[in-house]
Design a protein around this ligand. Structure first.
Ligand code: BGC
Length: 354
């Protein structure tokens, strides 16, 4: 048994996937801690890990909506990894509708799937979801939208796999601080920005918004928020919001922070239509490292982005699912497993093209 655990740990550590494990780090921690010895049980109770993984079972995967650029890469990767390991996988589209997703979870429960991987539509619905899977006694990995530790504590066969959203915000702020004029293009002593936010119900949107600006302030910079608008992670919304703000604030805008790349790519269209030039008279940053964004970083149309490692998270989600299938249980406060974000600049962007 010890050998199996050692092997599992070696695999996880050699993949270098885990940023931190166990209780969510305080938000001020950028999540770069190596796994501590306490976290080496991968969030579970080491004593409960049995000998061999159960393979060839059935897995239900619920995605909040298929029409999301980042979650498309993520779900394809999940499906590929699960199928390559011999699982029978069904992936369903929640269409951004929590009631619909609850029905899908119920259908998977009726079908008696061996495990569930769920990307909740609304984090605020986590209690309902956890209640459903707990009552049905189905091992469950939650992904991408993190509930609170208290919510997860209700069920010991439940684990969350994701990233420390604060870290991605900090990296965005650092990308601006690394520019020649540190974001103050017009030299008036302050960084004037607009923020294009994802879905504000989502912790990723909240913390990226907060920590991108905090990084500037922590570096002693004065900041001025010209506008903050909800863009729901959507490219078209990013384009519309940037167009409106560029019309309203014009040259005052020095930085456009977007909570994700899809909105940044939309914003780029409006920047170009307004005759502005990224990295000359305006800066633009996103998160995710979508292929389209990596190209724009390489050709100078985006200042930078942050790798949100879809493949790494999918790999870790399957790894945690197998631990659950093997009988691992998770104690309260040890139910979040994080994969590191990586700062992406023109220097390293090519390393992340898929
Ligand atoms: C990604 C977004 C995505 C969202 C979905 C975030 O982590 O950065 O691109 O739309 O997750 O919940």
């Amino acid at each position: 048994m010890k050998k199996t655990l050692a092997l599992a740990l070696a695999v996880v550590m050699s993949l270098g996937l885990l940023a931190s494990c166990g209780p969510k780090e305080p938000a001020s921690n950028s999540g770069t801690n190596p796994p501590s010895s306490a976290s080496q049980s991968q969030g579970g109770d080491a004593s409960s890990i049995p000998d061999a993984p159960k393979e060839g079972g059935t897995v239900g995967v619920c995605i909040y909506k298929f029409d999301d650029a980042f979650m498309t890469t993520y779900r394809n990767s999940l499906q590929e990894i699960l199928e390559s390991k011999g699982y029978k996988v069904t992936v369903v589209d929640g269409n951004n509708d929590q009631a619909k997703q609850n029905e899908q979870i119920n259908t998977f429960i009726t079908q008696k799937v061996d495990a569930l991987i769920i990307n909740p539509v609304m984090t605020s619905a986590a209690d309902q979801i956890i209640d459903l899977v707990k009552t049905a006694d189905i091992p469950t990995v939650l992904i991408n939208r993190e509930p609170t530790a208290e919510q997860m504590a209700a069920y010991d066969k439940l684990v969350y796999v994701g990233c420390d959203a604060a870290q991605s915000g900090t990296f965005q702020g650092e990308l601006i601080l690394e520019t020649p004029n540190q974001g103050d293009i017009n030299g008036d002593g302050k960084i004037s920005y607009i923020m294009i936010q994802g879905d504000p119900e989502n912790i990723d949107a909240q913390l990226r918004t907060e920590y991108s600006v905090k990084a500037l302030q922590d570096a002693g910079k004065e900041v001025e928020q010209l506008n903050l608008t909800r863009g729901d992670w959507d490219r078209n919304r990013g384009q519309e919001i940037a167009a409106n703000d560029l019309a309203q604030f014009g040259d005052k805008i020095e930085v456009i922070f977007c909570n994700n790349d899809d909105m940044a790519i939309g914003a780029l269209q409006s920047i170009q239509q307004a005759g502005r030039k990224v990295n000359e008279d305006i800066y633009l940053v996103g998160v995710d490292a979508l292929d389209a964004a990596l190209s724009e970083v390489m050709n100078g149309n985006m200042t930078g982005t942050v790798l949100n490692d879809a493949v790494g998270q999918a790999t870790e989600a399957v790894n945690q699912m197998e631990l659950l299938l093997n009988g691992t249980t998770y104690s309260s406060g040890n139910q979040s497993v994080y994969v590191d974000y990586v700062k992406v600049t023109p220097d390293n962007a090519k390393d992340f093209v898929k």
